[in-house]
Design a protein around this ligand. Structure first.
Ligand code: ADE
Length: 243
C-alpha cells in the first residue's frame, strides 16, 4: 500500500520529525510520500500576506480563503481526505488513525493564526482537533496525527513490532511488560511471566489491562463491551479496590 500526504503550511520546517524513525523509513522505502505546499507562495498581494482582520471586528487575524483555494488547486487531490487542523474540530483518536491509514491521499491544512475564514471549510472533508487545548498552530497537531496514522499502514512497522496489542486498539490500555534482567534494583519481574504457562500469562495480562484501565481511564471502560471473562475479572478488581 502507498500513501501520499500533502501538507499546507507556512512552516514546513516544523515537520522535521517526519524525517526520522519509522515515518522517515516509510518515506525512504516508498510506502509514503510527503509533499509540502507553502501557501504564502500563492498570496497575490505584494506583501505576501495570507491573513486579515475579521469582518464585524474582534481580536486576531484570520487566514484568507484565496491562498488556500489556489494552493489546493495546484496539485491533484481527487478522492483525498482533506483535514483542517482546528481545536474546534472532531477529536482525533486511534479509531480515526485506523480509518486514515486506509486512505491513499490525505491533505493536512495547518493554520497558524487565530482561525480560518469560514469559506475555507467548503474545501475540507474533516475538521480535526488533537485535543481540548489550543496550540500555536496546526503543525504540531498534524505531525502527531501523521505519526499515529503512518505506523498503521501495512508493513510500516517491522515484523518484530506490532500494533495489535497497543493501548486503545482493543479499547483497553496495554498490560505492563518486562525485559531483562529478571531483578533490577530489587524490582522483580512478575513470576507468572517466567512460568512459560501461556494460559496463565494471557489471564494475567488481561487482568492487568483491566486494572490499569480502571485506575487510569475509567472513561474507556464505559465505552467498552466486556466479554464474560472480562466482566468477571472486573467484578473481582472492583471488589478488591473497595476493601
Ligand atoms: N490548532 C490549534 N490548536 C489545535 C488543536 N488542539 N488541534 C488541532 N489544531 C489546532
Amino acid at each position: 500500500m502507498q500513501m501520499q500526504i500533502d501538507i499546507l503550511t507556512l512552516f514546513p520546517e516544523m515537520f522535521s520529525s517526519l524525517d526520522h524513525s519509522i515515518v522517515g523509513r516509510a518515506r525512504n522505502s516508498g510506502k509514503l510520500t510527503v509533499n509540502f505546499h507553502n501557501f504564502r507562495d500563492f498570496a497575490t498581494n505584494k506583501q505576501k500576506h495570507v491573513d486579515d482582520m475579521p469582518y464585524g471586528g474582534g481580536q486576531g487575524m484570520l487566514l484568507m480563503p484565496q491562498p488556500i483555494f489556489d494552493t489546493l488547486a495546484s496539485f491533484p487531490h481527487q478522492n483525498a481526505r482533506i483535514l483542517m487542523m482546528d481545536p474546534a474540530g472532531r477529536q482525533f483518536d486511534q479509531a480515526f488513525a485506523e480509518e486514515l491509514s486506509k486512505e491513499s491521499q490525505i491533505v493536512f491544512l495547518c493554520g497558524h493564526y487565530e482561525g480560518f475564514d469560514e469559506r475555507i471549510k467548503t474545501l475540507v472533508t474533516d475538521e480535526v482537533s488533537l485535543g481540548d487545548y489550543v496550540l500555536t498552530g496546526g503543525e504540531t497537531a498534524a505531525a502527531v496525527m501523521i505519526d499515529a496514522t503512518v505506523r498503521l499502514i501495512p508493513d510500516v512497522l517491522g515484523k518484530s513490532a506490532s500494533h495489535e496489542d497497543d493501548s486503545f486498539s482493543s479499547g483497553l490500555l496495554e498490560y505492563p511488560q518486562y525485559t531483562r534482567p529478571e531483578v533490577f534494583r530489587g524490582l522483580k519481574v512478575p513470576e507468572v511471566l517466567m512460568s512459560g504457562h501461556h494460559e496463565n500469562i494471557r489471564k494475567w495480562r488481561l487482568s492487568e489491562s483491566l486494572a490499569k484501565t480502571l485506575r487510569l481511564r475509567p472513561d474507556l471502560l464505559a465505552k467498552y463491551e466486556l466479554t464474560a471473562e472480562e466482566s468477571e475479572i472486573l467484578k473481582r478488581l472492583e471488589e478488591e479496590s473497595v476493601v
